[in-house]
Design a protein around this ligand. Sequence first.
Ligand code: DAK
Length: 257
Amino acid sequence: MSEKLIDVIDNAGLVRLTINRPKALNALNSDVLAELEHVLADLEGRADLRAMVITGAGEKSFVAGADIAEMREKTPEQARDFARQALDTFKRLETLPVPTVALVNGFCLGGGCELALACDWAVASDNAIFGQPEVLLGVIPGFGGTQRLPRRVGPAMAIDLCTTGRKIDANEALRIGLVNRVMPQAELEDYVEELAKQLGGNGPQSVRAAKQAIHDGMDQDLDSALALENALFAFCFAGEEQSEGMSAFVEKRKPNF
Ligand code: DAK
């Protein structure tokens, strides 16, 4: 397995992953997925991890989908295994305990859109293009799109995108809640760098707790989810972070997390 399909830059707990297959518009093949899973497995236990950004190499494409050439000859069993590999990898990404940001520059289609959906944030260039075009290829989204897309944008828009296969621009993606921000392409990198610093500068335990409360709570009924929030809120008072944050406010200084 090549170790060059995912570039990793680690800047004091702010980690940036770059999928590096620009000639295929960073399409996800088995090797990319295996390497991504390997990298995520290394990251998930790291106590110093503060935030993670994932992007695709080049200015044209975030990820243009699962690799169609690789999928073309698959039997149903092989297709199930291929999709399972991606589902497991994207689950790892989704449950990474720190905020994750999809930096979407250009095409974000099929498995690429599903990759962005497994991240907490999506920040897109103003020329980005989104879509779930699988029905145009005779399949359905296989990397979680039929489930994460309706949870992100609602079932009506998810049905629209998954049954027409139509592509939408960055502004429509923003309007339907698929992405958090749209930036001029020239400002995208700086914006995401600042965002990662901002996320990494907040209290690490409380940032992790906020993510956990929202993610785990979404899968529960409201009363159970509120009980989860209550437990995590109390947990925040068990460490030094809350004391430092509140003392800093009272003493009119910046907190040192
Ligand atoms: N897979 C493989 N190669 C791809 C690719 C992809 N998804 N997208 C682009 N490429 C390759 C092109 O083949 C081309 O390679 P060469 O011919 O140069 O060798 C190179 O990237 C540049 O692409 P184009 O020449 O096409 O560039 P254009 O600017 O003209 O067009 C495009 C860009 C993004 C509009 C076009 O490339 C395109 O339509 N790409 C396919 C987009 C797409 O349909 N994405 C969805 C893929 S399907 C499942 C598992 C998974 C899935 C479903 C089920 N099971 C196992 C059940 C998920 C499916 C998908 O994600």
